[in-house]
Structure formats: structure tokens, C-alpha cells
Ligand binder design. Structure first.
Ligand code: 2HA
Ligand code: ZN
Length: 267
């Protein structure tokens, strides 16, 4: 589609989506069609782009999404593989536009690729975070082996404890994930119940662990969402390495050392 391809701001963002999709695959976080990405690209589009005709009939949303009325998202496609999103983002995802009444959406470009099975939860989360006044642009969901592994251990299914353990492995973690980690007990993937439980956690956190399933991050910037999950994964790796080396729980940074980061980095 010539019109979109000549929009440099949009294409730069699509390139970043492809870049991050590649990272998810090379990190081993995206087996088969695991994970999904949605990015609000509304501010990058021209009036002509925003008015593109629908490529397929409108589909109903699970609830009214007032904060997203008229907004356009790039969304990875259902059943599509991240490694192919990295190579051809418009063959493995599409642009969708939420209707002016916030009740349905249409695919507008480039091909009628059906969005991820997690679309209801992605849009509910975008709607929630925007309705709190934040300029949220990104929902990123992925399957990092180390972090999912931790959610199989009961003692880590406690937000304060898990946050403290991962923060205390490396100073950067407290700085890069300042709101810590929310936890959602197991729910069937793609359900509105999973979305609602996640939204509850987003009141206080930007990163949420889904028990025995995966990780979800929200934010203004896709690279930063990836970096947050990547830093948590690094902390988990350090935790496992230290535990393997000593056979004991690693000591971790002290509470004082963690507290000292707050004034030092303006957290
Ligand atoms: O898109 O990861 O949670 C496949 C999934 C569903
Ligand atoms: Zn998943």
C-alpha cells in the first residue's frame, strides 16, 4: 500500500516492531506463535491513513473502549510466528482501527490478517491505561523460559517477594522496573477473565507475570517494554546461577542497597 509505505514515521515504528519480534525469537521467548505485540500508531498517521477503508467486516469488541475510539493499532496476527513478524511485519500482522463508538474494530491495512487471539485483552489494557491519563502505546506479551519457570514455584507467586528477589540481583532491575511485578494466577489464555485480572495488576505495575504462561508489559515505547522484560530475565538468570553455585538462596542486595537507588536515580 503506497500511501502507508511513504509514511516514514509509521514505517520507522513498524521497523522497530520487526526488530523487537526478532529479539523475542532469538531470546527463545517465542516458540511457534507464542507471544503477541500491539502498538498504538494513531499519532503517526496522516488523516488519509486514518480514513483508510476497511478490508474486512467490523468485529465486535468485548466491551466499549471509549479511550480508544478512532485509534489505530499495529497488531501481530493470530497464529503468526514472531520470527516471521521480524521478516515481514505486514504479512504477519495488520493495522486495525477501533470504531468511533469504541464498540468494534476493522482491519484497514495492509492485508486482512486476523489479529492475535489476545486482542481483547490487549485492547482492554490499552483502554484501561489510556483512561488513567497515560499515553500508553504498547502491550507486549512474550514467553521467557526463566521467568515462566519462576511462576511454577509457589513461593514466587507473591508480588512483593518476587519483586524483591529479582530487584536484588542487579541494581539496574530496580531502576528499569521501578514499579515491580504484578502477578496473575493462572487463567485460560486469550480470555476476558485474564484481561480483567491483568488490568487490576496494571493499577500498580507496568510488568505482569501470568502464572505458568508468560509475561506482559505495557508502556509508551516498545523497546523499553522489551528492555524491562529482558532485565527481569537477566535477574532471574543471576538468581539461578548463584543458587546453582552455592546450593542456597542467593543473598541478594540488601534492603538498604535497594533503598539507596531511589534518591540516586530519582525513582
Ligand atoms: O499468541 O502467546 O497467549 C499466542 C499466545 C497466547
Ligand atoms: Zn502467551
Amino acid at each position: 500500500m503506497e500511501q502507508l509505505r511513504s509514511n516514514c514515521a509509521l514505517m520507522a515504528e513498524i521497523d522497530r516492531i520487526a526488530e523487537v519480534a526478532g529479539y523475542l525469537w532469538t531470546k527463545g521467548w517465542a516458540e511457534r506463535n507464542g507471544g503477541n505485540i500491539s502498538v498504538n500508531v494513531t499519532s503517526l498517521l496522516t488523516p488519509e491513513d486514518l480514513a483508510l477503508p476497511a478490508l474486512a467486516p467490523a468485529k465486535a469488541l468485548p466491551e466499549k473502549m471509549e479511550a480508544l475510539a478512532g485509534h489505530v493499532f499495529y497488531v501481530t496476527g493470530t497464529g503468526k510466528r514472531m520470527r516471521y513478524v521480524a521478516q515481514a511485519p505486514f504479512e504477519n500482522g495488520s493495522l486495525i482501527r477501533v470504531a468511533a463508538d469504541g464498540l468494534s474494530y476493522e482491519i484497514i491495512a495492509e492485508q486482512p490478517i486476523q489479529p492475535t487471539s489476545e486482542l481483547p485483552s490487549h485492547l482492554m489494557m490499552h483502554n484501561y491505561v489510556r483512561s488513567t491519563g497515560r499515553d500508553n502505546k504498547v502491550v507486549l506479551h512474550t514467553h521467557p523460559t526463566d521467568l515462566i519457570g519462576m511462576t511454577h514455584c509457589k513461593r514466587f507467586l507473591n508480588s512483593d517477594y518476587l519483586t524483591k528477589v529479582l530487584w536484588s540481583m542487579i541494581p539496574e532491575c530496580r531502576i528499569i522496573v521501578p514499579k515491580g511485578i504484578g502477578i496473575v494466577p493462572y487463567e485460560i489464555p486469550g480470555t476476558v477473565e485474564l484481561a480483567r485480572a491483568t488490568i487490576k495488576q496494571l493499577e500498580n505495575h507496568d510488568v505482569v507475570f501470568w502464572e505458568k504462561h508468560g509475561i506482559l508489559a505495557v508502556g509508551e515505547d516498545l523497546i523499553e517494554c522489551f528492555d524491562a522484560i529482558d532485565t527481569l530475565s537477566k535477574s532471574a538468570q543471576i538468581y539461578f546461577s548463584a543458587r546453582l553455585a552455592s546450593g542456597e538462596d542467593p543473598e541478594g542486595m540488601t534492603q538498604q542497597q535497594l533503598d539507596d537507588l531511589v534518591p540516586a536515580f530519582g525513582l
